[in-house]
Design a protein around this ligand. Structure first.
Ligand code: ZN
Length: 194
């Protein structure tokens, strides 16, 4: 079985569509899991460094604005980097037509002409989670103490923001090996030959 095709093998038919933009019930469930992950990671942060550091009165307003200004700018940069990471993984498997977009709710990278086998698609879905967790976690511990919480918040936003990618991966675990997945960034369709 090829890792990526632009034309489905004979007999393959669509049998599952995941469209979180229109499936509001599932979208709500996934987002609640995202919030749960956010809370748990925030509490883990509080076990590592006291929460009181966030509102350190000795810090002064300019340092406070600098810390959280950097977080906001980093988050915007991160959103782009997250999608570029998906795109790089798609390109790794040979995709030449990756599209980027913004729905108003979230940014996306996708392709309308590529069909990925189950394992490559899993790599594409999880690439940002793995790569940016490996980059951001050491940064949290390398920075001076006053930068811990701003960087930890960035890490928490990153991991909880990957909830859609995590959910899709878990959803596909129970599907057979022979499937192909097309992900336009907005809608995901699964095709099977059986
Ligand atoms: Zn993603």
């Amino acid at each position: 079985m090829r890792q990526r095709v632009t034309e489905l093998p004979a007999g393959y038919r669509q049998y599952l569509t995941i469209d979180l933009q229109h499936d509001k019930k599932t979208a709500l469930k996934v987002n609640l899991w995202g919030v749960a992950i956010m809370v748990v990671l925030f509490l883990i942060g509080a076990l590592i460094k006291p929460i009181s550091l966030i509102l350190d009165r000795d810090e002064g307003l300019s340092a406070f604005l600098l810390h959280w200004g950097v977080v906001i700018v980093s988050m915007l940069v991160y959103l782009v980097m997250h999608e570029l990471t998906h795109a790089a993984a798609m390109k790794y498997y040979g995709s030449t037509k990756v599209r980027f977009g913004f729905t108003g709710m979230y940014a996306y990278a996708g392709s309308e002409v590529d069909y990925f086998a189950k394992k490559p698609y899993r790599v594409i879905a999880l690439a940002p989670l793995v790569l940016w967790t490996l980059i951001l976690t050491p940064i949290c511990f390398a920075v001076p103490q006053d930068w811990f919480w701003p960087m930890w918040v960035l890490l928490v936003m990153h991991v909880s923001g990957c909830i859609g990618d995590i959910w899709v991966t878990l959803r596909l675990l129970r599907e057979p090996e022979g499937i192909y997945v097309r992900d336009t960034g907005v809608e995901m369709t699964v095709f099977s030959g059986k």
